[in-house]
Ligand binder design. Sequence first.
Ligand SMILES: *[C@@H]1O[C@H](CO)[C@@H](O)[C@H](O)[C@H]1NC(C)=O
Ligand SMILES: *[C@@H]1O[C@H](CO)[C@@H](O)[C@H](O)[C@H]1NC(C)=O
Ligand SMILES: *[C@@H]1O[C@H](CO)[C@@H](O)[C@H](O)[C@H]1NC(C)=O
Length: 229
Amino acid sequence: MAWKEQLVLAFLTWILEGTKGQDAQVTCVFSGRCILPCKMKPHVGDEVIHWYHTKNTDSPVHSYYQGKDQLAYQDKKYKGRTSLFPDQIRLGNESLLLSDVKIQDEGRYKCYTSNKEGNDETFVNLKVKAPVQSVNITVAADTLTCSSEGIYPAPVLVWSTVPPSDLQQEKEPEKQTNDQGLFSVTSTVHKSPNNTFICSVTAGDSTHTASLRQQSEQQFELFHIKPQS
Ligand SMILES: *[C@@H]1O[C@H](CO)[C@@H](O)[C@H](O)[C@H]1NC(C)=O
Ligand SMILES: *[C@@H]1O[C@H](CO)[C@@H](O)[C@H](O)[C@H]1NC(C)=O
Ligand SMILES: *[C@@H]1O[C@H](CO)[C@@H](O)[C@H](O)[C@H]1NC(C)=O
């Protein structure tokens, strides 16, 4: 590469990184609804709005011009899941309402607008979370298995005991993803008498804990501890 091209590339990288810091950050709950903010100067008419996922700039997530939604070229992944706030557009609010949020929706979005006075663009960085809903411990002959499912991002599972003891873990906690991109995690430990077993599952800012106390040879008591975030 010639030094000139390198210089141009370095400059472009600098611009991209420079603007990235100003992205609006939005965290959406999996399968929920969520607003991607985009605020411009109040408009003067003839507004054109294009929302793009920056991974796919060929098909827009949502378009609006000539006073109405224009969805003929919409990215199929967003079909039926997007809308603007029509009565707000005049006031410069081009925010996008996204529903039935999917893990694949994560990433950087561009809000492009233009009108008689010029054009503008802003960016939104979207993250998705599926908080830990519950943690289960099941008892077998000489093992305990802790499990949790429907989680995003990737969970961390940690066992402990009261009083503290060396836990014999069969193997590292096993993580799997389903076709929606949600994680499940399971882990098995050897049972030992007179301990309370505690299993915590954490993903992002959500934690759920379950604990199991052996009361006698056959009797167990399972506690679910509410999430702390
Ligand atoms: C745009 O309008 C929607 C719906 O009234 C509102 O929830 C949102 O906060 C507005 N966004 C901005 C950036 O003003
Ligand atoms: C935990 O157990 C309950 C009741 O058996 C069940 O409804 C739930 O789906 C289980 N949760 C997980 C994460 O396995
Ligand atoms: C567990 O506790 C019971 C009753 O307190 C005691 O008899 C037994 O020896 C203890 N077992 C072990 C392995 O510490």
